[in-house]
Design a protein around this ligand. Structure first.
Ligand SMILES: *Cc1c(COP(=O)(O)O)cnc(C)c1O
Length: 462
């Protein structure tokens, strides 16, 4: 007999999971042919979710069916092949499958003793990443939720290190009364980098901003003289242009002056995984820390970011729970000594699965293909007489269709058309449409179809 104070009614777990897989596969199978934006009627119908919580349990199979019926059509097809907004990326099948299996495992990745399998996978994935991304072999890494937290995590290590060098223990004594730290960013730093700095107590307004060139690259000659505790933040992959700061010109000089150099490489750091694209990052290995996203260009599910720090022990110095932490080579890696979180899901499982399934050539192929596709967009639009505002060095394209109002009309019409999805921006005073190509699912045919749709819409808006 079942107890009276029952939890949810019994559902056969195998049937339920098979149903979830079937529904997920059907959803993904429909992405190539449905309009990219969410179905407006389905979005309006979301209002029906605003109801009071039921008193009695519901069957899990019913709950799943309700999710699928009501939410699936209210999603934007960001997992599909023709979403080019922001810098989003899809999810590789290997990553999604690994994510589902890891969900079943439900491991707490903070402790190697109770989660040995995922702890080992994450350690291996980090070592592979250090290799693939061309970072110093001794660099240590951490799995976090995204580039915002990756920047935060690496910059916390930076804060600790630069203050420790002048005899201040920020972990124990805090920032009040600490020697001042000079923080320098480029004029085109991503807004979330400034947020991370603000969370660390540096203050958005106190940050020094170095002028940039027409592509958004920091101008090396405009760098102020560096003295005292200093953190310098560079960027690999500007969110609008895809441009890279001149690492080779800046890193050696800054480090020689005692500054900590951090690189926000949310998507641009992946260029390192391709021999063809890696020259864009020349000198990047000379920095002290790096942040990147896996949920953007590596095409794993949300949320997944990565922080790397050159100096062994510098991450744990800022992140370990016990202040007594002393890095010693023989000690087993304790995952939570590297992350802001204690308990967390094992994000490294999906990252491992992608690296394993693509291999070096598959990784390079993914990034190179998307860059070639971005180039094709730019060439097609330029050939039709529209102005490309950036040097298309990576996977980002900025196009103007004329007057700001015209460009805005085209962006709205492209989104309304639904063949593909592109957003807008203002780049150094000029209104532009952004095309960001970062999905494994985007085929050359998707690019041609999207280009044709954009040109048709733009022709009408002119
Ligand atoms: C996307 C992005 C971020 C923020 O990343 P999240 O994963 O959304 O936290 C930071 N910097 C750059 C350059 C980005 O493109």
């Amino acid at each position: 007999m079942r107890p009276i104070a029952a939890g949810p009614p019994d559902t056969d777990t195998t049937t339920l999971l098979a149903d979830a897989a079937r529904r997920g596969a059907r959803y993904l199978g429909g992405l190539a042919t449905r309009p990219v934006p969410a179905d407006p009627a389905a979005v309006r119908a979301l209002a029906a979710f605003d109801e009071t919580l039921n008193d009695d349990p519901r069957d899990a199979a019913e709950v799943l069916a309700e999710l699928d019926q009501r939410v699936s059509p209210a999603t934007t097809a960001t997992a599909g092949p023709r979403f080019f907004g922001y810098v989003i990326g899809g999810t590789l099948p290997a990553a999604l499958a690994a994510n589902w299996l890891a969900g079943a495992w439900d491991q707490n990745a903070s402790l190697e003793s109770i989660a040995p399998g995922v702890a080992r996978l994450e350690a291996v994935a980090l070592a592979w990443l250090v290799d693939v991304l061309g970072l110093p072999v001794q660099a240590q890494g951490a799995f976090v939720t995204g580039a915002t937290m990756a920047n935060f995590t690496a910059l916390a290590a930076a804060r600790h290190a630069v203050l420790a060098r002048v005899g201040w223990d920020v972990a124990n004594d805090g920032l009040s009364g600490a020697p001042p730290v000079t923080v320098i960013v480029g004029e085109e730093a991503h807004p979330t980098l400034l947020k991370s700095l603000a969370l660390l107590g540096f203050g958005r307004r106190r940050v020094l901003r170095v002028p940039v060139d027409g592509q958004g690259r920091m101008r090396a000659e405009a760098l102020p003289r560096l003295t005292g505790p200093t953190i310098l933040c560079l960027q690999a992959g500007n969110i609008n242009t895809g441009a890279f700061d001149p690492f080779a010109a800046i890193c050696p000089v800054a480090r020689a002056a005692g500054a900590w150099v951090h690189v926000d490489g949310a998507f641009g750091l992946w260029a390192q995984a391709s021999p063809r694209l890696a020259p864009l990052c020349a000198g990047i290995e000379g920095a002290d820390s790096w942040a990147t996203d896996a949920h953007k260009w590596l095409n794993v599910p949300y949320d997944s970011g990565l922080a790397f720090v050159r100096e062994p022990g510098a991450l744990p110095a800022a992140m370990a729970i016990t202040a007594e932490y002393l890095p010693s080579p023989g000690v087993k890696r304790s995952p939570s000594d590297f992350t802001p979180e204690l308990s967390r899901r094992a994000r490294g499982v999906e990252v491992w699965a992608v690296l394993r399934s693509l291999g070096r050539s598959g990784l390079a192929g993914l990034f190179e293909r998307n860059c070639r596709q971005a180039r094709r967009f730019a060439d097609g639009l330029a050939a039709a007489g529209f102005e490309i505002l950036n040097d298309v060095v990576l996977n980002q394209v900025l196009v103007s269709f004329g007057e700001p109002a015209v460009t805005q009309r085209v962006i709205a019409a492209v989104q309304d058309d639904g063949t593909c999805w592109c957003g807008g921006t203002v780049w150094q005073g000029r209104t532009a449409m952004r095309i960001s190509v970062c999905s494994w699912a985007t085929t050359d045919e998707d690019v041609e179809r999207s280009l044709a749709a954009i040109l048709a819409v733009a022709g009408r808006a002119r």
